[in-house]
Design a protein around this ligand. Structure first.
Ligand SMILES: NC(=O)c1ccc[n+]([C@@H]2O[C@H](COP(=O)([O-])OP(=O)(O)OC[C@H]3O[C@@H](n4cnc5c(N)ncnc54)[C@H](O)[C@@H]3O)[C@@H](O)[C@H]2O)c1
Length: 331
């Protein structure tokens, strides 16, 4: 492997904050450029303020730094997209096309494009949805992700570009907060359970959705990007499974750790989005082609989330106490 220079777009979001650190650990701080339309609050990484809708700025950064790999995490997520459909299309499709073009012109050797379970519509097989089934998404986010998958395949066929993609399920992690998706409840629930022993869920109790733990999600991303080129047979986007559960299933699991935890259900507009999605995923192509295997099921994920989040909240509490004490002493 020669010297790699990585550009991560949309690096300040739920996944980007975790992936940027992992890529820095793998490739070195000087070889990873993180970028977003918002500057990070606190980061010592190489950062560029970059809107993926600004095609010339994108091309310049790629050219100037001789970028060899681009990870495009910039997006407007499902729930936010329904209230801003035109912006969703602009960023998720036109922004991605800007990236593909800038990469083509500058001979970028590898691109990562995250798709989503939102590409499946309500006519898809609900249980263990196959890789090659009907794709009739009913959200602007799903329509955009499907267009992105097709553009990836087109640039691969037409220009031989090495674009790799995964249909991520809802991602759960303690490291960062989600950014406007339909599966956000599965992260919020932990914060509220630890702080208030209570959570009001915006989905019905039996709404089963495919999910994945952050560590598995990041591992899958590195694994597909590191796989030999000839192993990547699906050039639209790979189905990927982690676990599947409903709000009442995760609540029951959390209750084992926090017995006082109580959940109520107040479904909102996100219920309709969730109802159009599938329950679980058949990912045997990812298993077969690049040896995908998740490490976390529901039980292991809940145990790890509560352990890590409780530690973070405890140290935040201590830090706040020290800060308050300092301010009081100063006064
Ligand atoms: N989080 C999930 O559960 C999930 C599930 C399926 C797919 N995905 C996909 O994974 C990717 C990352 O998701 P995430 O959860 O980190 O999203 P997020 O909303 O947390 O982060 C997206 C980032 O993109 C940035 N952004 C928005 N518009 C931009 C623009 N024009 N130019 C540059 N940056 C811009 C935002 O500032 C934000 O930091 C997205 O493509 C998303 O669709 C995520």
């Amino acid at each position: 492997m020669g010297k790699e220079t990585i550009l991560l777009c949309g690096a300040n979001g739920q996944l980007g904050t975790v992936l940027s650190q992992v890529l820095v650990d793998k490739y070195g701080k000087e070889n990873v450029i993180i970028s977003d339309i918002r500057a990070p609050e606190d980061s010592n990484l190489r950062f560029e303020l970059l809107d993926i809708l600004n095609k010339s700025a994108l091309e310049e950064i790629i050219k100037k730094n001789s970028v060899t790999q681009v990870y495009n995490l910039a997006a407007i997520l499902s729930a936010s997209g329904e209230s801003k459909p035109m912006l969703s299309w602009e960023v998720n499709v036109k922004g991605y096309l800007n990236i593909l073009e800038a990469c083509r012109i500058n001979d970028v050797s590898k691109i990562f494009y995250p798709s989503s379970i939102a590409v499946f519509g309500s006519d898809a097989q609900k249980q263990f949805v196959p890789q090659h089934g009907p794709l009739n998404p009913e959200t602007v986010y799903g329509i955009g992700k499907l267009a992105g998958e097709q553009w990836s395949n087109y640039y691969h066929m037409k220009h031989g570009m090495d674009i790799r993609s995964i249909r991520y399920p809802g991602v759960i992690g303690y490291e960062s907060m989600p950014g406007g998706g339909t599966t956000d409840y599965a992260v919020e629930i932990f914060h509220e359970a630890i702080e208030k022993q209570h959570y009001s869920c915006f989905l019905k109790k039996d709404t089963q959705l495919p999910m994945i733990y952050m560590r598995d999600c990041i591992n899958a991303t590195l694994q597909i990007m590191d796989a030999p080129k000839e192993k990547i047979k699906v050039r639209t986007s790979y189905n990927l499974a982690g676990m599947s559960f409903s709000p009442e299933m995760i609540a029951a699991e959390i209750k084992k750790h926090i017995p006082a935890f109580k959940m109520e259900y107040n479904p909102d507009f996100r219920q309709q989005i969730a109802d159009s999605w599938v329950d679980s995923i058949d990912d045997h192509f990812a298993q077969q082609d690049w040896a995908w295997k998740p490490a976390f099921d529901l039980q292991a994920m809940v145990t790890d989330m509560i352990k890590n989040l409780s530690e973070i909240k405890m140290s935040d509490l201590k830090k706040n106490k020290v800060e308050t004490l300092k301010t009081e002493t100063n006064v």
